[in-house]
Design a protein around this ligand. Structure first.
Ligand code: TYD
Ligand code: MG
Length: 453
């Protein structure tokens, strides 16, 4: 019997080594190397029935424009993330934590793609389970077929005989090829299965979606490993306590990576959210203090977000400072600015900050809204319900301009706000086509006087 060959792979980035290493020289992670059996029992030939031809160099002018006709997937949000639709022959990885809704999303897309023969290969759930899910989603499509299979060789045979026009593999971790001895889900299996599927996808010119699980720290062998093999990497993420899910593009050979799609998980599948700002802002009849709205950018999409603050007298010696969805160090900096530049006595107060909707805000544009929410709660005077704030705050209390201010203003106007407070220096070249009142501000103390005179 021939000797079994093994190699060591980094479970974080997939780098290969001939022996165990403590710290990965490729990604710098510690203790991530695992031994994998890589012996191939025989030379592998694709059962695709197509002989590989040897490519010759071609001058770039002579290459004909590929017919990149895009197919609409039936989901406006997914089409947007893909850059305007599905490109034939593209291999797309959909990654995300277990239970976030990847299978639901892809089944829904498979059912919505009317007119295409879709093959949904599942190694995770039985056909009956998928049928139950399809009933729950409530879309019928006679061209959507389910295959319960984990052997890659069998899947390839079906792909050739069935000739689908779109394929979903759920998930790449459950597939295995008999040409590698290690168990399914191991690094070498995932890598090999993905590269064989990539060859099939390119030769048959059919789009293939690969679903891949990823843990919270992204450490388990999986999607990260495949990022360079596939044409596009989409991440499906969200807080499980809230219904919102964001589909984000991390890599896209056929479009921009700035786009994102927003969905809401409901009892009957995922609903597309075309106007996210409206659901992220709470609607109240009575104005309350400590609430300010800002316009953050998520990729290329402006979103209106509600910042909520609660300021109270500290019950204990050291006041509490806590923030949910916002960097607490940044909040402390803003409190110091308020103390020093506006003369607000806030160092004996408890301050709690929350971003409504369970979102996380990293955009510095939220500074102005945070300060206004804190001031409003501190003096217990509500801000105008039709006011919106967009500006970064510097250490000297100056309000600094932010990027893409026109898009932010336009979104605030679209949602129906009457006034937006922005940095004076950021609106010099602004066109005067806006119907919303734009109020330029320079300093934090100035806005405090304007709002709470
Ligand atoms: P699932 O697609 O199985 O997640 P993944 O494939 O990423 O592991 O979705 C899991 C969750 O979605 C599950 O907890 C149930 C919930 N869900 C709904 O809330 N509504 C629905 O209509 C469906 C189909 C699932
Ligand atoms: Mg699943």
């Amino acid at each position: 019997m021939s000797k079994i060959k093994t190699a060591w792979f980094c479970s974080a980035c997939g780098a290969k080594a001939s022996k165990w290493i403590g710290c990965c020289p490729s990604c710098g992670e510690w203790n991530t190397y695992q031994e994998e059996v890589i012996q191939r029992t025989e030379r592998y030939d694709l059962p695709v029935g197509k002989k590989q031809t040897i490519a010759a160099p071609v001058a770039v002018q002579q290459i004909e424009n590929a017919d990149n006709a895009r197919v609409a997937t039936g989901s406006v949000e997914l089409d947007r993330v893909l850059g305007g639709g599905l490109v034939a022959g593209s291999l797309i990885l959909v990654g995300g934590e277990p239970g976030i809704g990847k299978s639901t999303l892809m089944l829904q897309i498979a059912l919505r793609c009317k007119g295409l023969r879709v093959l949904y290969v599942s190694g995770e759930e039985s056909a009956e389970q998928i049928k139950m899910r399809a009933d729950r989603i409530g879309i019928s499509n006679e061209h959507c077929y389910i295959l319960n299979e984990t052997s890659l060789e069998n899947v390839l045979l079906h792909l050739d005989s069935f000739a689908p026009q779109m394929v979903v593999i759920d998930s790449i971790q459950t597939l295995n090829t008999s040409f590698i001895d290690s168990s399914s889900g191991s690094i070498s299996q995932i890598r090999e299965c993905a590269s064989i599927l990539q060859q099939w996808c390119k030769s048959a010119n059919v789009p293939v979606f690969l679903i891949g699980h990823i843990t919270k720290d992204g450490s388990i062998a999986g999607p990260k490993l495949l990022e360079h093999t596939v044409d596009a990497v989409l991440y499906f993420e969200g807080d499980r306590n809230y219904g919102y899910r964001i589909l984000r593009s991390m890599k896209n050979r056929f479009g921009s990576t700035n786009e994102l799609g927003i969905f809401e998980m409901q009892h009957n599948g995922l609903r597309e959210v075309h106007n996210p700002s409206e659901i992220l802002i709470s609607h109240r009849d009575e104005p309350i203090s400590g609430v300010a709205i800002t316009t953050v950018m998520e990729g290329m999409r402006p979103l209106l977000i509600e910042m909520q603050a609660l300021v109270g007298t500290a019950a204990y010696g050291t006041p509490q400072r806590s923030a949910t969805g916002f960097d607490v160090r940044r909040m402390n900096m803003l409190l110091a600015v308020l103390e020093k530049r506006c003369g607000f006595r806030i160092n004996t107060k408890d301050v709690f900050l929350n971003v409504a909707g369970g979102l996380r805000v990293d955009d510095p544009v939220a500074d102005l809204a945070v300060v206004c929410a804190i001031l409003s709660s501190s003096v217990d005077i509500p801000l105008g319900q039709k006011d919106c704030f967009a500006g970064e705050i510097g250490l000297s209390g100056e309000i600094r301009p932010v990027n893409r201010i026109e898009m932010r203003i336009a979104e605030a106007e679209k949602i129906g706000f009457d006034r937006i407070f922005v940095a004076k220096h950021g609106i010099k070249n602004l066109s005067d086509r806006f119907g919303i009142e734009i109020i330029p501000v320079v300093k934090v103390d100035e806005i405090a006087k304007k709002l709470f005179r």
